[in-house]
Design a binder for this molecule. Structure first.
Ligand code: ZN
Length: 150
C-alpha cells in the first residue's frame, strides 16, 4: 500500500506544480465560483458546453495542493465528455472521498481520480478535494447550451 501511496503523492504534486487547463474558457457557456473557508481554497471554473458535450473547461484560483490537483485532474477527466458522464463522475468522485477507507477503490472506473482515495483518511481534506467538483457542477447546471449551428 505504501508504494501506491507514494504514486498518489507523486501524481498530486505533479498536478499541483503544473496544473492542467488553468485559466479561463473563452466564450464560456457557464461559470461558477467556489470557496472552502476551512482551508482558504478559492476556485473559479468556466465551461463551454456544445451539443451536450463539455468541450472545454478551465479553472482559476488559489488553493492548497489537494484542491489544485483535484481541479487539474478533474478538468482532464471531464473534458470532451457528455454532460451525463460529467455528472456521473461527480457522483463517483464524491462517493470515493466520502466512503469508509476500508472500502476498496474501483480504480478501473475512476482512472486517475483514484489517487484521491487517500484523502478519505484526512476528513479535513475532503472538502479541498470536492470543492472543484461542486464548483464544476454549479457551472454545468447554470450552463446555457450553445445553440446548434446547422
Ligand atoms: Zn485546501
Amino acid at each position: 500500500m505504501s508504494e501506491l501511496r507514494e504514486l498518489y503523492q507523486t501524481v498530486i504534486l505533479d498536478h499541483n506544480n503544473s496544473p492542467r487547463n488553468f485559466g479561463n474558457v473563452e466564450n464560456a457557456t457557464g461559470r461558477a465560483a467556489g470557496h472552502n473557508p476551512l482551508c482558504g481554497d478559492q476556485i473559479e471554473v468556466s465551461v463551454r458546453v456544445v451539443d451536450g458535450v463539455v468541450k472545454d473547461l478551465r479553472f482559476e484560483g488559489s488553493g492548497c495542493a489537494i484542491s489544485t490537483a483535484s481541479a487539474s485532474i478533474m478538468t482532464q477527466a471531464v473534458k470532451d465528455k457528455p454532460l451525463e458522464n460529467a455528472f456521473a463522475l461527480f457522483e463517483r468522485f464524491h462517493q470515493l472521498v466520502t466512503t469508509s477507507s476500508e472500502q476498496a477503490i474501483d480504480s478501473e472506473a475512476l482512472g486517475k481520480l483514484a489517487v484521491f482515495g487517500g484523502v478519505r483518511e484526512f476528513p479535513v481534506r475532503v472538502k479541498c478535494a470536492t470543492l472543484p467538483w461542486h464548483t464544476l457542477k454549479n457551472a454545468l447546471e447554470g450552463t446555457s447550451d450553445v445553440a446548434k449551428t446547422e
